[in-house]
Design a protein. Structure first.
Length: 293
């Protein structure tokens, strides 16, 4: 990278490497090629080789998932990869991962930083509370114009809840997932593999049912872009068909949720019941490469 001489900051901005705010009057350096702004002490950590950025390098504040995806497979947004990697690096011993909320103000601030940074993201290692990182990921997914797992109301819900036979349901789900837009399909696969790893961590105490309840509305939505309170309520009491009973077979006897999972939660539970190899087929050998992004 080719850096300009240090200059004083007039408008406070986050450092593109460490993410900490460069305050008014403090020194900063800027790369002449990619226009990254950073602390002088962070210059050695700047990504190399450096490539010039397009004029509009920041991501939109909202859009469909493909607007945030890289140009080459697997089509998983860097923001999703970085959040997941950070969570798996230091969050798999945290109780209530994805259920315990992070500080709302910090979640909004870090989401804004990441969207503004575009493809070259500030390090999330400086975020002390891992629940904030979880909150950023969930807020990003909730902010999409269409649900990740149900763009244009793809019939995932019907495949997951209307087919009682497990084998037939699994076949139908595989077919519907394979027909998702490539970016949605790859990102869903990446997230399913991540959530399965979270569910297997005894310290997190977040089994498949817990994770399905958290991510159901986020990934599947409620069947419309702006659901009414009545529509949300109608989703909830439907009988859980994951096990064919009023209690989901994925939860333990001491389940704190005696009522049936909502329709979106049932869909995510069904997706998580698909074999990991099915999901690996979409991210494949690139899984390790993704974690290094």
């Amino acid at each position: 990278s080719d850096f300009s001489p240090p200059c004083q900051v007039i408008r406070p901005e986050p450092c593109s490497v460490c993410g900490s705010r460069i305050r008014f009057g403090k020194a900063a350096v800027k790369c002449r090629q990619c226009q990254l702004l950073l602390h002088p002490k962070c210059r050695e950590q700047c990504p190399s080789p450096c490539a010039p950025r397009p004029r509009h390098h920041a991501w939109p504040h909202e859009g469909v998932l493909a607007d945030f995806a890289p140009p080459t497979p697997p089509l998983v947004p860097t923001l999703v990869v970085q959040c997941v990697t950070e969570v798996e690096t230091r969050g798999l011993t945290e109780t209530g991962l994805y259920r315990v909320p992070g500080t709302e103000q910090l979640v909004r601030e870090w989401k804004r930083r990441l969207l503004r940074a575009g493809g070259v993201l500030p390090a999330l290692s400086s975020v002390a509370d891992i629940h904030v990182v979880c909150g950023v990921l969930k807020d990003f997914l909730r902010g999409l114009k269409e649900p990740l797992a149900a763009p244009s109301l793809t019939p995932l819900s019907g495949a997951a809840t209307d087919i009682r036979d497990d084998a037939a349901c699994g076949t139908a789900l595989r077919h519907v997932v394979s027909k998702l837009p490539p970016a949605n399909r790859d990102t869903l696969a990446f997230l399913m593999l991540h959530l399965l790893r979270v569910s297997r961590s005894p310290s997190c105490k977040m089994d498949v049912l817990n994770l399905s309840r958290v991510f159901g509305p986020t990934l599947v939505g409620h069947g419309s872009a702006n659901p009414t309170p009545l529509a949300i309520m109608e989703d909830t009491p439907r009988q859980c068909k994951v096990s064919g009973s009023s209690r989901c077979g994925l939860c333990s006897e001491c389940c704190q949720y005696p009522h049936p999972p909502s329709l979106p939660a049932q869909v995510v539970a069904r997706l998580l019941s698909l074999p990991p190899d099915f999901w690996r087929g979409f991210v494949g050998t690139e899984q390790e490469n993704l974690a290094q992004m």
